[in-house]
Design a protein around this ligand. Structure first.
Ligand SMILES: Cc1ncc(COP(=O)(O)O)c(C=O)c1O
Length: 495
């Protein structure tokens, strides 16, 4: 008997006997080496990730990693046992992003239902373009879009899952551009257009302006207040200036949760300006749209129900494995109009069918809604309310610890999930404090103690902690500050 791929025998998964995965002769085995070794490896990895005694990373420079792992591809395929050795090496030197001392990026922690969804997406390996190849996934995606839209207060709405917040922002810009000037879809951009973001907005808008033929110079940065929130009057002034210069303003972004400070732009004030000038209002809620699920903090998104579109990344504060992002639009029926083209009849056979691919820029698209659906089923609305609210408490706790310490200072007040601070032993000027912040971070990374990022805040280099993992404890935060102090002491000793 010769099977290609796995087949079930007595309820266990086996691969064909007599050949291995490469079709090479091999002794009969009762079960497949890949799968039987995988589960204990995953278990051990998860146990270590949850243990604060385990380093968050066994950091190696690229040259050292090249010596430790055989990256080159062989002419003859390797055995399944050798493949699993490679998997173990991969895990050994990778960053444990579920570890309580991984506070670096805007994804953290480990969400088991989301992980199961990710595995099942890979297992069923299908694409979201047509209903016929993704029937259950299509209905799940529709359910998630409708749930997220109704949470935002959108009535007759639509949306799509896409690969990342940058992509969601770009698709919103495309839709707004084509709505403003429908001829652009066939003829291209023929005159200068302008879009407005705060000076704290994510860089994806410049990338999108480049891709969409608007040019990076079409992105106008609007001044923010001392907390990094866009000032609506400054927006109004910038729009008028751009009209005078002969440009056509069409799009404004309110950021809900800026990348560095976690600031929330005043959506209502920005909406008023947008309405006055007939601008499309997009909310970049990649980081903070999920705050709508927190009864205590949803006031930060006041006015979001009037937005034309919202980018929302469940892979950030909802803890769903990367990637999981959605673009949500208040009005139904525009997306396909702006993204579709006349061809594709080889794939889309039926006008009436529920083929989500007609709305997406990609052809093949992963099933990213499943992991969010399973997570949301598991935690429920109440669980997510608590989880999002918890992030604010963790950030507040960290802020209080910094404010009450004699050797640390906040460089900006805590507003949501992000905390920006400097280690300040006294007697150092701004430049020295900045380089100390960078060195502390580097030291903690290389020693595998904690991973955290740094950024420039009001001209000062500060360590930025992001609280994205609600399963952290106050004790984990205390350990982090101990690690900061111990790194600072070791650096002083070295100096
Ligand atoms: C405010 C904001 N918008 C957009 C993005 C881009 O999201 P993605 O990394 O999913 O492309 C980020 C990423 O950190 C972000 O912080």
């Amino acid at each position: 008997m010769h099977h290609i791929g796995p087949y079930p025998v007595n309820g266990r998964i086996h691969f064909s006997t007599g050949t291995n995965l490469n079709g090479m002769p091999q002794n009969e085995r009762l079960e497949n080496e890949l799968l039987s070794r995988l589960y204990p490896i995953i278990e051990e990895y998860l146990q270590k990730s949850a243990d604060s005694e385990t380093p968050v990373v066994e950091y190696r420079d690229p040259g050292e990693l090249q010596d430790l792992i055989d990256f080159e591809l062989p002419e003859e395929g390797v055995s399944e046992a050798a493949l699993m050795d490679l998997v173990e090496s991969y895990l050994k030197y990778s960053v444990r992003t579920g570890h309580p001392q991984f506070l670096n990026q805007l994804y953290q922690g480990f969400n088991l239902p989301g992980f199961v969804g990710e595995v099942i997406s890979a297992l069923t390996n299908t694409s979201m373009y047509t209903y016929e190849v993704a029937p259950v996934a299509t209905l799940i995606e529709q359910e998630m879009i409708s749930k997220m839209c109704s949470a935002l207060g959108f009535d007759s709405s639509e949306g799509i899952f896409l690969p990342g917040g940058s992509n969601a922002n770009m698709t919103a810009l495309l839709v707004a551009r084509n709505q403003k000037m429908p001829s652009i879809k066939s003829d291209g951009v023929s005159r200068p257009m302008a879009l407005f973001v705060s000076d704290q907005a994510h860089y994806s808008f410049e990338k999108a302006a480049n891709i969409l033929g608007l040019g990076i110079n079409s992105v106008i940065k609007v001044a923010t207040d001392s907390l990094g929130r866009m000032i609506p009057e400054e927006l109004d002034r910038a729009v008028q200036k751009s009209i005078k210069s002969g440009s056509t303003p069409f799009f404004v972004v309110a950021t809900a949760g800026t990348t560095v400070l976690g600031a929330f732009d005043p959506i209502s004030g920005i909406t008023d300006v947008a309405a006055r000038h007939n601008l499309w209002l997009h909310v970049d809620g990649a980081l903070g749209a999920s705050v709508i699920l927190s009864a205590k903090y949803r006031h930060l998104l006041h006015g979001i129900e009037r937005a034309d579109s919202v980018a929302w990344n469940p892979h950030k504060t909802m803890g769903v494995p990367l990637l999981c992002s959605a673009l949500l639009l208040r009005e139904n029926g525009i997306l396909a109009l702006c993204t579709s083209c006349d061809h594709g009849d080889y794939l889309f056979h039926d006008e009436e069918s529920l083929d989500l691919g007609k709305k997406s820029l990609q052809c093949g698209r992963r099933v990213d809604a499943l992991k969010l659906w399973l997570s949301w089923k598991y935690f429920g609305d109440k669980g997510y309310d608590q989880r999002i609210t918890r992030l604010f408490s963790l950030a507040d706790y960290a802020g209080e610890r910094i404010s009450s310490a004699s050797d640390m200072k906040l460089v900006s007040p805590v507003q949501s999930f992000n905390v920006c601070f400097q280690y300040d032993p006294g007697g150092l000027d701004e430049e020295a404090l900045g380089s100390l912040a960078r060195n502390i971070r580097e030291h903690m990374l290389r020693s595998g103690k904690s991973i955290v990022n740094y950024a420039t805040v009001n001209g000062q280099t500060a360590i930025r902690i992001s609280f994205i993992n609600p399963d952290l404890t106050e004790q984990d935060i205390d350990v982090f500050f101990e690690n900061v102090r111990s790194a600072a002491q070791q650096l002083t000793r070295i100096a």
